[in-house]
Design a protein around this ligand. Structure first.
Ligand code: NAP
Length: 286
């Protein structure tokens, strides 16, 4: 990487807590360096309590924009001047663009996910999908999948106190797009089996399978050869769900390129340029 910083260098950053482990600074700075853009991307540890002050400071020095990660993606909503359609529908913002002092909120998690599917030749437009979970990542993915033309989405969610929120979200997406979104109880195995049977793609967007968790929410016998299986977790690279998919001779992918392509979508919003993704795969993801 060869960043040449000077008095004209423009600032971008990641805000969140924690942020020190993030790959985003490397990914964006490698891209600026490769394309010869006079920009720099830093990571700032910011909590919801000091987010407003942080944004005022960034605005005062005319920053280009920023990414937001946990726990700021919804906390930031009232601090923005405008929201993209996907950010409004998913009520989640991971990217801010500073447009002449107006802060525009976008969500690129869903775009990143859909682009990562295409990158692996997973084609789902006009098809049905089943997604496990209804948290921040799941709602961003469902929103973008619906906007891009996935036909029907089964959201499998635990029947707890946030179940009705998921049902309301599904109703909103069904009303505002041409996609039908149905929320079902994750523990109802007959419903899960039928949803997967009716789907081209199965996506895990829960925390189940992360780090040392060897669990999978899907019995291996529900998987089949012509099902596309995706886990948005990337630590570990192979979750139990993906191992089961491999054993069933299904095509599968983990979440590392979702991370890459959400960054690429933010990069495009800020700079107007395409991120050099092949170069970033080599330098940051191999
Ligand atoms: P989140 O908002 O906290 O949502 C977590 C979801 O997982 C919720 O729907 C939750 O269910 C469900 N869940 C958690 N534990 C469960 C369990 N034991 N059984 C069933 N469901 C369970 O988190 P998030 O931001 O959406 O992130 C979810 C996962 O995606 C994390 O592993 C994260 O690392 C990963 N992720 C990857 C990327 C990427 O770029 N690849 C981006 C974002 C997130 P309830 O709704 O019932 O609480």
């Amino acid at each position: 990487m060869n960043l040449q910083l000077d008095g004209h260098t423009q600032l971008l950053c990641l805000l969140g807590h924690p942020v020190s482990h993030s790959i985003s600074p490397k990914m964006h700075n490698e891209s600026f360096s490769k394309l010869g853009l006079n920009m720099a991307y830093l990571a700032f540890d910011i909590t919801p309590d000091n987010l407003k002050t942080a944004l005022l400071g960034l605005k005062a020095q005319n920053f280009v924009g920023c990414n937001l990660t946990m726990p700021l993606k919804t906390a930031v909503l009232p601090m923005l001047d405008e929201l993209s359609q996907a950010a409004r529908l998913s009520q989640s913002v991971n990217t801010i663009v500073n447009k002449d002092g107006r802060l525009i909120g976008h969500t690129t998690d869903g775009i990143g996910y859909m682009d990562s599917l295409l990158d692996q030749d997973f084609h789902v437009i006009g098809e049905n999908m089943t997604i496990l979970g209804a948290g921040g990542a799941a709602t961003s993915i469902v929103t973008e999948a619906a906007l891009q033309g996935v036909k029907k989405i089964y959201m499998m969610k635990r029947k707890n106190k946030t179940f009705q929120e998921a049902v309301d979200f599904a109703a909103k997406i069904t009303q505002e797009t041409s996609c039908q979104v149905i929320v079902l109880d994750q523990n109802d195995h007959d419903a899960l089996r039928s949803a997967i049977e009716d789907s081209r793609l199965l996506t895990n967007a829960t925390n189940v399978g992360m780090e040392d968790d060897k669990n999978s929410l899907v019995p291996p016998e529900f998987l089949r050869k012509d099902l596309l299986v995706s886990d948005i977790i990337y630590h570990p690279e192979m979750t139990t769900l993906l191992k089961d998919a491999k054993a069933a001779n299904a095509r599968y992918m983990n979440g590392k390129y979702m991370l890459l392509f959400q960054g690429a979508a933010s990069f495009r919003l800020w700079t107007g340029y395409d991120m050099p993704v092949d170069y970033i795969k080599e330098t940051c993801f191999s």
